[in-house]
Every structure is written in structure tokens, then in C-alpha cells.
Design a protein around this ligand. Structure first.
Ligand SMILES: Nc1ncnc2c1ncn2[C@@H]1O[C@H](COP(=O)(O)OP(=O)(O)OP(=O)(O)O)[C@@H](O)[C@H]1O
Ligand SMILES: [Mg+2]
Length: 391
């Protein structure tokens, strides 16, 4: 069918035509956002899930919803090599500049700007092309201890937002890449603003290991955050994700073709988009049939292998590749660390650092003690399919 009208959107963070199966999460976020505007307590949320399940799409949806309801928003993707303070500085500056033109908030915004200047000086943060034309406030956010200073800064920003009749929503993607220190300071900051009923809200997204990380960072994080799980779609939702966009374009799809796509993708959103996209392009008629989906399989898998899977694999060193290939050869996960060690002829202890390194790259995680699993759905199948070209 006409590729110009193709309604599917495989790609990181790309909003799908039909955001299937996430109504409850979106509704919870809406309530939290509206409560924050009223300075009522509302819990921050961290979306947890594997690669390609739609976490970034959800964060974007939430950001849009927050903006529409009067929040100022700051959105960050946690990188592996930049500190949280460095990333926050220009964004908080931008929020304060927007607040500074609101008459009722001028005084509080001025205070927050001074705290920001102290904070930047204490952590020797680069300003880039912005200037902060106020004097720092001595004794506020300038101790050099992040877990003390970041909460003070957040409180000042929350005070300014409140005075303006607004709220501030911070969104951080790929939260597993935050350092433990940054994460602890972030949690302490959100704890502080929530104790003071300030209109500050946080939405994060990350791989499943984040729940454990945040537990380590601060014991009260369980009470501070909701951790909505973002997973594969149920059959009903996966069907909607494929069928609805097709119907909206005035085309149709046979039930057995739908069933085939659900079977092959196991309801994982990224795979659904890619299968939908390729099948649409291949179908010659306005009605997609089982034959079309079967014919689309080779192209779809090639696209997934070259795009979605390979970029992840390429980030591993040769030794790390050996490790994940040994995992895949053991079948479907989760995998016992000792079984992987046996397969490689080593001990779990000697493989410990390698395993930790692959976890820190976000390629595998530990669902329970002594076990590891891939963070990328069906990664074992990808590895086995391409074994000859990988090692
Ligand atoms: N609820 C949904 N229904 C249908 N398609 C979806 C849904 N959520 C996400 N998608 C599609 O899945 C793909 C992946 O989405 P997204 O990039 O948000 O995933 P992610 O969880 O952030 O992945 P990663 O961990 O790799 O960053 C996109 O093409 C998006 O359009
Ligand atoms: Mg993402």
C-alpha cells in the first residue's frame, strides 16, 4: 500500500498513532499533574520496562499533558557521562526565566535565581551561553554537598512556581544511567518538596533495575514513587495497536494476519510498529492478508536486526559479546550466572566484573539474586539468528 500513508512509526520515542494499553498509566499521571497544580500531595512516577516498550513515548505524553495544564517542564535524558547538576542548570534557569515575568512570582524567582547561582558556583558548573545576572545567596545551595544543595535549590524553584500559580515537572529518561550520588540527591530533593507540599512533580523512565537502585539510594523512595510497569501489550491491546491505525487510513486487515503479527511480536510495541510498517508497505491490496505478513517477515527481521538490535550489540566489547552469546545459547532467560560461567569455562566470581559492566551498559539486568536477563526483548533470538556474522 502507499508508503506515504503508512500509519506506523517504528523509532525511538516516536508517538504511535494508537497509544494502546496505557490508559491507566496516563490517567494516573493526569491526576498527579492536576493535583500538583493545586499544591496537593501527588506521587512522582518512574516508568520501568525493557527496551522498546514505550517508556519515552509515555514521558513525552506526560510532558505534553503537564504543559497543557499549566506546568513548566524540564526534560532530560540521563547520559552516561554528564552529571545531573550540569544537565539541570540550564533547564532550571529557563524555568526561572519564564517564572520571572509573572508579577506575583518576581520575589521568589529572584531568590531561586540566587540559589541557582550559588549552586552553579559550588559545583563549578559551566554556564554555556547563559548568564545569571544576580548575586549568589550565601549559605543556600552552596555547601558543595549535592544531597544538601540540590534539595535547597528544588525548594526555591518550587516556592517560585507556587507563587506564580504554576507547577514544575521534571522528566528524566534513561534514569539507570544516573550516578548513585545524583540519584540519591534527586530523591532527597523530591522528598523535601513533597514534605513542603510544593508543586514539583517528577516523572522518570528506566530499565527494570532502577527500582532496586532507588531502594539503595534512599530507603523512603518506595513511598515517594510509583513504579508503573510498562511491558508488552496484552493481545487485545496489541490488536488495537495494529488494527486501529489501519482502519483510520481506510484500509483493513484479516484476523489471521493480525494473529500472526501478535504471535511474532509477542505484543512488544517496537516490534509491533516495525511489523505493521513493513506489512503495510508490502501489501498490494487495501486489505492486509496472512500472506502479506508472512512475506513481510524477512524484511521486518532484517530491519530490526540492523536497527533496533545491532546498535545495542555494537556497544559491547568482544569479551562482553562472548558473555551475551553464551547467555543466548542457554535458551530463553532469565539465566543463572553460574550456568553462564559453566558455559564459558569460568567461575561466576571471575566473570563478576564483566557482568557488572554489561549491566552498567544497560544490556542485561538482574531480575533476582544470581540471575540475569536481557533488557532487550527477544535479544537471544537475534543473537542466534545472526551468530555467524557476530563472533
Ligand atoms: N502503547 C503503545 N502502542 C503502540 N505502539 C507503541 C506504544 N508505546 C510505544 N510504541 C512504539 O514503540 C516504539 C518504542 O517506543 P519508545 O521509544 O518510547 O520505547 P522505550 O521504552 O523508550 O525504549 P528504549 O528503552 O529503547 O528507550 C515506538 O516506535 C513507539 O511508536
Ligand atoms: Mg526510551
Amino acid at each position: 500500500m502507499d508508503p506515504v500513508r503508512n500509519p506506523f512509526a517504528p523509532g525511538a520515542g516516536r508517538r504511535p498513532r494508537e497509544l494502546a494499553g496505557r490508559q491507566a498509566i496516563v490517567e494516573d499521571a493526569r491526576v498527579a499533574i492536576e493535583r500538583a497544580m493545586l499544591c496537593k500531595p501527588s506521587r512522582s512516577q518512574i516508568f520501568l520496562g525493557l527496551r522498546g516498550v514505550g517508556k519515552t513515548v509515555l514521558l513525552n505524553t506526560v510532558e505534553h499533558m503537564a504543559t497543557e495544564r499549566g506546568h513548566l517542564t524540564s526534560s532530560i535524558e540521563a547520559p552516561e557521562n554528564k552529571s545531573l547538576g550540569e544537565q539541570l542548570l540550564p533547564r532550571i534557569h529557563q524555568v526561572l526565566r519564564k517564572l520571572s515575568i509573572i508579577e506575583n512570582a518576581k520575589g521568589k524567582t529572584f531568590d531561586a535565581m540566587r540559589a541557582l547561582k550559588s549552586f552553579a558556583a559550588a559545583f563549578r558548573l559551566e554556564y554555556g551561553d547563559m548568564t545569571i545576572s544576580v548575586d549568589p545567596e550565601v549559605g543556600v545551595a552552596d555547601s558543595g554537598d549535592l544531597e544538601n544543595d540540590l534539595p535547597e535549590l528544588f525548594v526555591r524553584v518550587g516556592d517560585a512556581a507556587k507563587a506564580a500559580g504554576k507547577a514544575w515537572t521534571l522528566l528524566i529518561d534513561e534514569i539507570q544511567y544516573l550516578s548513585e550520588k545524583d540519584f540519591a540527591a534527586l530523591i532527597a530533593s523530591l522528598h523535601k518538596t513533597s514534605q513542603k507540599d510544593l508543586p514539583v512533580l517528577f516523572f522518570g523512565a528506566g530499565l527494570p533495575q532502577v527500582a532496586a537502585l532507588s531502594g539503595d539510594a534512599k530507603s523512603y523512595s518506595e513511598r515517594l514513587f510509583h513504579f508503573p510497569e510498562v511491558g508488552a501489550l496484552s493481545d487485545k491491546d496489541a490488536i488495537a495497536a495494529i488494527r486501529q491505525p489501519i482502519l483510520d487510513e481506510g484500509a483493513m486487515i484479516d484476523n489471521d494476519a493480525l494473529a500472526e503479527i501478535i504471535l511474532k511480536t509477542r505484543g512488544y510495541p517496537y516490534f509491533l510498529q516495525e511489523w505493521g510498517h513493513q506489512t503495510w508497505n508490502l501489501a498490494s491490496d487495501n486489505k492486509i492478508t496472512l500472506k502479506d505478513t508472512q512475506q513481510a517477515e524477512a524484511t521486518t527481521l532484517a530491519r530490526l536486526d540492523q536497527g533496533f538490535f545491532k546498535v545495542r550489540f555494537n556497544r559491547l566489547t568482544p569479551k562482553e559479546r562472548e558473555y551475551v552469546i553464551a547467555m543466548a545459547q542457554l535458551g530463553n532467560g532469565p539465566y543463572r550466572s553460574s550456568d553462564i560461567a559453566d558455559a564459558l569455562g569460568e567461575t561466576p566470581q571471575s566473570l563478576g566484573p564483566r557482568r557488572a559492566q554489561i549491566i552498567s551498559k544497560g544490556m542485561i539486568y538482574s531480575p533476582s539474586h544470581g540471575d540475569v536477563a536481557f533488557t532487550v526483548p527477544m535479544f537471544n533470538e537475534y543473537l542466534l539468528r545472526n551468530l555467524a556474522n557476530l563472533s
